[in-house]
Structures are given as C-alpha cells and as structure tokens.
Design a protein around this ligand. Structure first.
Ligand code: X2X
Length: 339
C-alpha cells in the first residue's frame, strides 16, 4: 500500500490520537515505553535487591507503566567488570557499583575506601550526602554516566579467613587475600604486606571454596548474603574501610527519559537507598549472631596497629597524591586528618 503525503499525515495523526486514548498498561515488559535493565552483583535476598525491587514496582505504578525496570541480581549478566562495560555501551541502562571498582574508570570515586577514614555511619552519611558525595558524582558525570544522589550502603568491611583469625597486621603478611578489582584495594593490602588477588564478586565464593585465596573482606551483611560462612571459618572485626554502591545510569538512556519520568525514577531510587541503609542498620544488630550460629568464629583486633602499618608504609601519602589535594581535603573535612 502506498500513501501520498496527505494521507500519511492524516494516518499518523489518527494513530497519535488513538495512542493517547489507549488505556494505561501496567503489564511488565511488553507495552512499556522504556524497558530498562538494572544489574547488580548481590543475591536477591540482600536489602539492595529487596529495596530496588520495591523501587521498580513504584516506578511502574507512578509512570502508568511507561517505565519498566527489570532487575538482574547476582551477577547474572556478568562480573562487575563486564557489567561496567555493558553500562557504558548501553547494553544495560542501570547498575549499582562500588565506588572503588568504578575507580577503574573514574579514579576519584575510590576515595571513600581510604583505610580507616570513617569511624561511624554518622560521618559516612554526612560525607556521602554532603560535599564529598557531590564531588564524586560530578566526577562520575564527566565520564558519561549519571549517579543518583543517594548512595546505597555496602557496609564497614571485616576480614574473613578459612585458616586463622587475623589478630594484628603481622597475620596479614604474605596472606592470600581476595580483593575486588580496584587499585585502591590492591594497594591497601599490599601496604599490609599481604598477597592480594583481584577477583570479582561473581567468582568470590568459588575462589574461597577452591582455596585460590585463603580469605576475603566484606561487610557482615555481604558475608551473610553471599553465604561465605560456608567456605570461611574466622571473622576479624577490623572495620578497615566503608564502601557503598552508586546507582548509575547510562547517560544516553537516562536522557531518553522525558524529564517527568526521570524525576519519578530518581525520587524512588533515592528513597530506596535511604530505606536500604536503614535495613542494614537493623541487620547489624543480628547478623553477627546469625553468622556465629553458622560456625563463624569472631575476634576483634585492635585497629591502631593496622592503621599505623598503612601510615608507615606511605599508603596515605601515596593516595593523597593520586586523588589530589581537592579531593583529599574534602575527605579530611569529614574524616579528620589522615595519615
Ligand atoms: O565484591 C565485593 O566484595 C562486594 C560485593 O562487596 C562489592 O561489590 C564491592
């Protein structure tokens, strides 16, 4: 069939009129105007996933079904390294990633992981919801990605092993420690004189099970969700760094959303982050007992010696140089003087 121009214009006007008259569709996937993939590295049971699932439901309802966010948890779409590439190319539209791992692309996003910079959550949220977080998000923006305002909690990190408790930095000498793929993590565990191996979360359980490494470090909620108690015996409460997940969007995908839809997504993502932080705070009261019940043996080493080791090894001086004076003084505004 061939249309002349006049008929074509009439036909499309009719289609548009028909389109607006159609009933709102809530069905998942089909029918949504924007079907976006959101991927992450944690199991569905982790509050990061329960809260973002709620977020996706609210976004679907509030946009009248126009935005459908489909969640792919547990590294289903690949490792963090793979997912970061997919986010950049637009293969996935949303991704939550540790700032330390994102630093392979945007170096200054590692800053919140500087050893012993934060001593409590009050300071963490002041910094990350304040000027330090704003500075980091601006750096992310320059790399073609968009970071939502509120960072999700990944927690204060503790060290676990299958061999013996870590009681002092001496126990880390030569120790085969898994670290996520990130220059800061590697540098920190080198400063402890251990033998760090960069392994993505998707390979972590197997790496511990097959003894490629003897230990790893993660927050208690992560150790719980990833079932690392099945392949680890000891947990040493070092609180050596705090880490969070930035909720990232591919910029082109983000800008394809009309502004009113962007507002709905951003508001719900930020609300999910705040709720997820509260979930982790609540879990912190019970997760240690839960892990102990699974056979994990806890100890609480004095952390001064770990911090001294980083200081004497030049770790703080090195990272001040790498991150730059502006970033460093922003961090110290919250952490107090480091190094
Ligand atoms: O890979 C990890 O250890 C994890 C799950 O904590 C992060 O995403 C940084």
């Amino acid at each position: 069939m061939r249309f002349n121009r006049r008929q074509f214009v009439t036909a499309s006007a009719a289609a548009t009129a028909l389109g607006t008259a159609l009933p709102t569709r809530f069905a998942s996937g089909q029918g949504a105007e924007f079907t976006y993939k959101y991927a992450n590295n944690l199991p569905p049971s982790h509050p990061l996933n329960t809260r973002t699932k709620e977020m996706a439901d609210k976004v679907r309802a509030e946009t009248g079904g126009r935005v459908d966010i489909q969640i792919f948890p547990a590294s289903q779409l690949g490792s963090d390294t793979d997912m970061l590439s997919q986010l950049r190319s637009g293969g996935i539209e949303f991704f939550t990633l540790s700032g330390l791992i994102l630093s392979t692309l945007v170096p200054q996003t590692a800053i919140n992981g500087i050893g012993f910079a934060f001593s409590d959550y009050d300071t963490v949220w002041k910094a990350m919801d304040g000027e330090l977080g704003a500075f980091i998000r601006a750096q992310i923006g320059k790399a073609g990605l968009v970071a939502m305002d509120r960072i999700f909690d990944n927690g204060f990190r503790q060290m676990t092993t299958s061999t013996r408790p870590i009681t002092s930095p001496d126990d880390l000498r030569g120790f085969k420690m898994r670290v996520p793929v990130s220059p800061l993590w590697t540098s920190m565990f080198k400063a402890f004189d251990s033998a760090p191996a960069s392994i993505n979360a998707s390979e972590l359980y197997t790496a511990l099970q097959t003894k490629i490494v003897d230990g790893q470090e993660n927050a208690l909620t992560g150790i719980w969700a990833l079932k690392l108690y099945e392949v680890q015996k000891y947990c040493s409460m070092t609180n050596h760094m705090w880490d969070g997940f930035w909720f990232l969007a591919n910029r082109r995908a983000w800008e394809r959303l009309p502004e009113d839809l962007r507002t709905i997504v951003a508001r719900n993502v930020n609300a999910a982050a705040v709720a997820q932080r509260e979930d982790l705070a609540k879990m912190s009261g019970t997760v240690q007992q839960d892990l102990a019940a699974k056979g994990i043996v806890f100890n609480t080493p004095k952390t001064d010696a770990f911090r001294d080791k980083l200081r004497s090894g030049g770790f703080y001086a090195e990272w001040k140089g790498k991150l730059g004076d502006e970033a460093w003084s922003l961090l110290e505004r919250y952490s107090g003087k480091l190094g």
